[in-house]
Design a protein around this ligand. Structure first.
Ligand code: AMO
Length: 467
């Protein structure tokens, strides 16, 4: 039958048929002069009868024999391409028949109105350019709403995994979060800074440092921009940085990364109460913007963000210790408040964002300012929590050299190693306060995702250094 058909075909169609027969080796095309004319969301009824070029990757395929449906996805959404045997060339029909999900292509075709399709329109294909053939079926479905496939399987193919709807939504929300933070802080009179990531000394305690070779010396990856952001309040008063922090966390938990993103804020002439107020307003702005800009993403994640009431509840550390002791927990003043123990507190105000304030001075880093004379065993510090997850910590800082030296000695630090920092304190460091928010932790709270690796593009942990 094939040979009978061949006789009837023109020379060019003959060629196409021969190509079609070899489609197990589907030809891959160059981009050449083809350019996208419309994004998926722009293909609507108003274009009916017009020719368009859409580009993207194949997210789903349905083969109904004489009609094939493919959904082409681009950075915004989907467009349906419908190939009916009676409506397109044999070559196009055959090409589409052999496509696999994830193949990247361009479709030149005519727009037809179709009530059932997104935006009420679909594309009838006239010609295809196949840029990159997917050679294997991915071990997960892009439509899947759950993250049920093993995280390692997904992370090993992370860029493919990130094509999945749920993760697209998570990272759209991340994008809104970052933009809102920048916008909010700039409007509050902050200037964006970047500080060195190769540094000489620890700021948050020595245990979690990553040592590196720095020419002929040992250096470390920065655990935090702490000392630099503090110094810069001398020159700019209000500064913020969004950048990586590196922590050699030995434990395997769902909330620790070896490389995280920190939103660091530092402000002159304020104390920790002012800074808590700034931070809660920032969080409230973020939630409002996500509600406004990411309603589709929230739908995809099945989330409804709660209304934020300000101010956030504030619980002092000592008070929580008393409460924990009252419910029979074996914890004493001075111990850390672990997530496991915090989960046991039957307090409704801890079901969302809240602050834990006034921590013991001894458990906080050397730069945190103790409370006034007589109550120095407490310091002007806070953690911002979301349920049992720590999102941020902050404090009023010590701005006088003698006080700083004393705190460093008490913590057994080699003060000479901090000479580069201490010397600026001879020139009038203003009173100042600030906080650091872990962006990934904040995203866990905002998206209800329980594993920090899922809100990180390429997570780093004790077991993972690739991709
Ligand atoms: P801290 O060490 O509490 O404070 O860190 C601030 C916030 O950063 C996040 N974070 C992490 N996120 C993921 N993985 C990690 N390994 C990790 N470590 C920290 C948390 C935490 O609340 N210099 C101070 C901040 C300041 O006072 O301005 C600091 O680094 O969300």
């Amino acid at each position: 039958m094939l040979s009978a058909l061949k006789v009837k075909l023109t020379y060019s169609i003959k060629l196409n048929t021969i190509q079609a027969l070899k489609l197990s080796e589907l030809k891959q095309d160059e981009l050449g002069q083809w350019r996208r004319t419309h994004y998926s969301y722009e293909v609507n009824v108003s274009l009916t009868g017009r020719e368009v070029i859409v580009m993207g990757w194949v997210s789903t395929i349905r083969d109904h024999g004489n009609t094939q449906f493919i959904v082409v996805r681009d950075r915004y959404s989907d467009v349906q391409v419908v190939a009916k045997k009676s409506e397109c060339t044999e070559q196009v029909f055959e090409q589409i028949r052999q496509l696999r999900e994830h193949t990247t292509l361009a479709v030149r075709g005519k727009v037809r109105s179709q009530q059932k399709a997104a935006n009420g329109a679909e594309v009838i294909p006239l010609e295809l350019k196949i840029f990159s053939i997917a050679k294997k079926a991915a071990p997960f479905l892009v439509q899947s709403k759950t993250l049920s496939v093993g995280i390692d399987t997904r992370l090993n193919l992370r860029a493919v995994d990130l094509r999945r709807n749920v993760l697209q939504s998570v990272f759209h929300i991340r994008h809104t979060t970052l933009n809102t933070i920048r916008d909010f802080l700039v409007k509050q009179g902050f200037i964006e800074i970047n500080t060195p990531k190769m540094i000489a000394t620890a700021t948050e305690g020595g245990a979690t440092l990553f040592p590196i070779f720095y020419y002929d010396r040992e250096a470390f990856l920065a655990q935090s921009p702490q000392l630099y952001k503090e110094q810069l309040t001398m020159a700019f008063e209000n500064v913020f940085e969004i950048g990586p922090i590196f922590r050699a966390e030995p434990s395997r938990t769902n909330r620790h990364l070896s490389e995280a993103t920190s939103i660091d804020v530092e402000q002159a002439f304020v104390d920790y109460n002012d800074i808590m107020s700034l931070l809660e307003r920032m969080i409230s702005h973020i939630v409002d913007s996500i509600k406004e800009k990411n309603s589709n993403d929230l739908d995809c994640l099945g989330l409804e963000l709660p209304n934020i009431n300000l101010p956030f509840p504030r619980h002092s550390y000592s008070n929580l210790i008393n409460k924990l002791q009252a419910i029979g927990e074996t914890i004493k003043w001075g111990d850390d408040l672990s997530p496991q123990i915090m989960k046991n507190l039957p307090d409704e105000t801890m079901n969302a964002f809240y602050f834990i304030t006034d921590w013991p001075t001894a458990v906080k880093p050397f730069y945190v300012k103790p409370k006034s004379v007589g109550s120095e065993r407490l310091c002007e510090s806070f953690d911002l929590m979301y349920r049992s997850l720590e999102i941020s910590s902050g404090s009023t800082r010590i701005n006088r050299k003698d006080d700083l030296l004393e705190r460093m000695r008490k913590q057994g630090l080699n003060t000479q190693a901090f000479d580069y920092h201490l010397r600026v304190f001879d020139y009038g460091v203003p009173p100042h306060a600030g906080f650091g928010v872990g962006l990934e932790r904040l995203l866990m709270a905002l998206t209800a995702i329980e594993n920090i690796r899922d809100v990180t593009l390429y997570p780093r942990d004790i077991d993972r250094l690739t991709p």
